[in-house]
Design a protein around this ligand. Structure first.
Ligand SMILES: [Zn+2]
Length: 325
C-alpha cells in the first residue's frame, strides 16, 4: 500500500506567481492528488492576493478532507524577497507587499501550519533534489521568465542570506542601458528576460509579437532581427553567468523558466558564450531544467513535508527519507 494511504496524510503546495497560482495536494512521493490553477488578483492589491491564497489553501484542505486525508502542512512560495527564517514576505514589486508576516496571516485564516518560501529557491530545491541537478553539491538554478532570478546551492546548502541572495536579474550588464524596475539601470533583466526579448524585437523590427516564444520561433526560421535580439540577450546572460561562476563556482547551471522552453536555441549560445568568457574558473555544465513549470509547486511540497525551507542533508524535520517522483 502506498505510504500516503497508510498514513492518510498529504501536504498542500502552492506556487504564487505574478499572474497565476498553481496549487496541489501532494502525497509523500510528491505525486499530485489534486491540482488547481487560479489567477493572481495582483491589480486589486496585496490584501486581495492574500485572500485568494487563503481561499485556494482552504479549497485544497477541503479536497483532502473529502478524500479522507489529513493535511500535514501547507507550503506556500511567493516571488520577491522572502525571509524564510522569519516567515515574512519582505518585498514584491509585482504583488505590492512590503514586510508582510504572510505565514502568520495564512495560519490565522486557514488554521493550518504554513511554511513560507521563495518561488525560485523552491524551484531550485526541486531541481536539486528531484530534477536536473540531482546529486550535485554546487548548483546555480536560473529562472528566466517575465523577470530573472537565481537560486544557488553551495557545498550542498541553499544560499538564502535573509532572502536577498540570488538576484541575478539585477546584475548590471550594460551600465548605460535601460532603466530597470528595481530602480537601477542596465540590469540583466532589461536585456535577457522573456519580456525584454519580446519588447526589444518589437522596438527593432516594428512588428509586435506575443512574447519571447514567438521570437524564438522567428529565430529558428532565420529572422535576422530575432537573431540580433537573441544574440544580445544570450551574450548578456553569459556575462552575468560568468560573474556568478567566478563568485560561486557551480559545477552545474540549470536554466529554467519560460524562456528555457526554447531548449538548445537558448542553451547552445549561452554555453558557447560562457565558455568563451571563462579562463581559470571552474567550468560548469549548462543544462535545461527537468521539472518545467511544476518546479515551484514541487519545491513548496518539499518545504511542507520538511516543515522548513532548509532542505540540506543535515537539517531535521519529518523528512520522509527518500524523495522521488
Ligand atoms: Zn534591476
Amino acid at each position: 500500500m502506498p505510504e500516503d494511504e497508510r498514513t492518510g496524510e498529504c501536504v498542500i503546495a502552492l506556487d504564487v506567481g505574478g499572474t497565476g497560482m498553481k496549487g496541489a495536494l501532494l502525497d509523500r512521493r510528491l505525486r499530485p492528488l489534486t491540482a488547481v490553477r487560479r489567477a493572481t488578483p495582483r491589480t486589486v492589491g496585496p490584501d486581495a492576493v492574500v485572500a485568494e491564497i487563503s481561499a485556494v489553501v482552504l479549497e485544497l484542505a477541503q479536497a483532502a478532507t473529502d478524500g479522507g486525508l489529513t493535511v500535514r502542512r501547507a507550503g506556500v512560495v511567493v516571488p520577491g524577497v522572502v525571509d524564510e527564517e522569519l516567515a515574512r514576505a519582505v518585498y514584491s514589486a509585482n504583488l505590492g507587499w512590503r514586510d508582510l508576516p504572510l505565514a502568520d496571516l495564512l495560519e490565522d485564516r486557514t488554521a493550518l501550519p504554513v511554511v513560507l518560501g521563495h518561488d525560485v529557491r523552491a524551484g531550485g530545491a526541486a531541481e536539486w533534489l528531484l530534477g536536473a541537478a540531482r546529486g550535485a553539491r554546487d548548483v546555480l538554478f536560473v529562472a528566466i521568465g517575465t523577470g530573472i532570478a537565481a537560486a544557488a546551492v553551495s557545498d550542498g546548502r541553499p544560499l538564502r542570506a535573509r532572502g536577498y541572495a540570488g538576484e541575478l536579474g539585477h546584475l548590471v550588464v550594460d551600465p548605460a542601458g535601460a532603466p530597470c524596475s528595481c530602480g537601477g539601470r542596465g540590469c540583466l533583466e532589461t536585456v535577457a528576460s522573456a519580456a525584454a526579448i519580446a519588447a526589444a524585437y518589437t522596438a527593432r523590427s516594428g512588428r509586435p509579437v506575443s512574447g519571447a516564444e514567438e521570437v524564438a520561433t522567428l529565430l529558428a526560421g532565420g529572422d535576422t532581427d530575432a537573431q540580433a535580439v537573441w544574440d544580445r540577450a544570450t551574450d548578456a546572460l553569459a556575462a552575468a553567468l560568468a560573474s556568478a561562476t567566478t563568485m560561486l563556482a557551480p559545477e552545474l547551471i540549470v536554466l529554467g523558466g519560460g524562456l528555457a522552453e526554447a531548449g538548445e536555441l537558448l542553451l547552445g549560445p549561452v554555453r558557447k558564450r560562457l565558455a568563451e568568457r571563462l579562463t581559470f574558473q571552474r567550468r560548469p555544465d549548462v543544462v535545461g531544467a527537468d521539472l518545467g513549470d511544476e518546479a515551484g509547486c514541487l519545491g513548496a511540497g518539499l518545504y511542507a513535508w520538511r516543515g522548513a525551507c532548509d532542505l540540506s542533508a543535515r537539517s531535521g524535520g519529518d523528512d520522509p527519507g527518500t524523495w522521488s517522483l
